[in-house]
Design a protein. Structure first.
Length: 64
């Protein structure tokens, strides 16, 4: 009897580490307002990644 691995679907793994973070309601509302103004199709995770990257670049922890 052969065993098969069922594909769970969803997005395939990429070269990144998942980070779980709790965001207070006021920050989440501000994030959503920024997403609406800047780009309607921008997801919350992508908005957080961009904000973090901008913050790190401003402090010279991340190079272009």
């Amino acid at each position: 009897m052969s065993e098969t691995v069922k594909n769970k679907g969803g997005r395939p793994a990429v070269n990144a580490t998942p980070v779980t973070v709790r965001i207070p309601p006021e920050l989440l509302r501000a994030l959503d307002r920024a997403r609406e103004r800047d780009a309607e199709d921008l997801t919350r995770p992508e908005a957080v990644r961009r904000a973090l990257a901008d913050w790190l670049r401003e402090r010279d922890y991340l190079k272009e």
